[in-house]
Design a protein around this ligand. Structure first.
Ligand code: UFG
Length: 329
């Protein structure tokens, strides 16, 4: 039996491919390579290039292989772009989920682990955030992920399909040996942008606002290492395998770090002064996003292990130093 990883050539997907392999699962990847990188998937993993909205490729994969479960990472994920082009997001993200669930139903595949996001909550009324808190997304990206969760809910209550939706907070870092990591064509995330300064690719990092109601005025986020995140997917699948019911879990450390603290941690790791300038606030950024992951700790027995920001940034630094121009594909 194999595990199908949809979007396994992306940043988070590729780390999951390695983690599931290391765990002893037989892994198969499908990825359109629109934002993913072929080089991030090991050569001994069976790879299909294609878009999951195409039911023919899904039929081919499900027919040629004995798929036990699907881990679903295919989605556009740029918040700003989603505001500019909402239909592009609904088409790809929601459309992909419809196609995938239909194929699972056609081929009798009963388990799906889904890559969801803290963006489903929108601007939180309180932190830390619980899974039962209101979900009021403030952008089409978060809305598309919430719709995908709801689709799984209704499908699972009608058919014999069970799902786990994992709502990630700020995913960061790279595989421990620096062989794979974050390589986005359009980089918007804080840690890779900070590290572009010591790499000589930018002169300074811009802090998007220092007038938030936080300890140093900069935004606070809950950073989670991508390998800890991958381990949660393995535990989520074990949970479904042992009969667990469909469920939603937050994945974060429960600790918040400000943008300023992240820059200081990166200065320590790289030994570079990393000049910072204060810029305008970025539209739609909540002041604080912190997860309450007690539910994942209690039910999945998951707990993040890499929790020092210096350790998280060190792995990202290892990747960027050894691949200053990413995968170059
Ligand atoms: N930031 C800066 N300067 C930069 C880049 C980011 O100050 O050059 C700040 C942002 O304003 C924010 C923090 O750094 O306060 C983190 O920003 P990221 O873009 O790295 O991450 P986000 O918190 O915006 O986004 C993450 C995920 C999204 C998800 C969102 C949920 O990357 O996919 O959390 O709210 F939608």
């Amino acid at each position: 039996m194999s595990v199908l990883i949809c979007g396994g050539a992306g940043y988070i997907g590729s780390h999951n491919v390695r983690a599931f392999k290391a765990h002893g699962d037989d892994v198969i990847v499908v990825d359109s390579l629109e934002t993913g990188h072929r080089a991030s998937v090991p050569n001994d993993v069976k790879f299909y290039e294609g878009d999951i909205r195409n039911s023919e490729i899904l039929d081919k994969i499900f027919t040629e292989n004995n798929i036990e479960a699907v881990i679903h990472f295919c989605a556009y994920s740029l918040v700003g772009e989603s505001v500019e082009k909402p239909l592009k997001y609904f088409d790809n993200n929601v459309g992909g989920m419809i196609s995938l669930l239909e194929a699972m139903q056609r081929h009798d595949v009963k388990r799906i682990i889904f890559s969801s996001t803290a963006a489903t909550y929108g601007e939180p009324k309180k932190v830390p955030i619980l899974e039962t808190d209101p979900t009021e997304p403030t952008n089409p990206y978060g809305e598309s992920k919430r719709i995908m969760e709801k689709m799984m809910h209704w499908v699972s209550s009608r058919y014999d399909i069970r799902y786990v939706s994992l709502r990630y907070f700020n995913v960061a870092g790279a595989w421990h040996d620096g062989s794979i990591g974050e390589d986005h064509k359009c980089e918007t995330h804080l840690i890779p942008l900070i590290l572009q300064v010591p790499l000589g690719k930018r002169n300074h990092i811009t802090i998007y606002g220092d007038d938030y109601p936080t300890k140093d005025g900069t935004c606070i986020r809950d950073y989670i290492h991508v390998e800890d995140l991958a381990r949660a997917h393995i535990l989520a699948l074990e949970y479904l395998r042992s009969g667990g019911e469909s469920n939603i879990f937050n994945l974060g450390s429960g600790d918040g770090y400000s943008v300023m603290e992240m820059i200081n941690a990166a200065r320590k790791v790289t030994g570079h002064p990393i000049p910072a300038q204060i810029g305008e606030r970025r539209a739609g950024d909540p002041a604080r996003l912190i997860a309450d992951s007690t539910k994942a700790q209690n039910i999945l027995r998951w707990k993040p292990e890499i929790t020092r920001m210096e350790d998280i940034i060190s792995t990202a630094w290892k990747w960027h130093q050894s691949h200053p121009d990413g995968y170059m594909d």
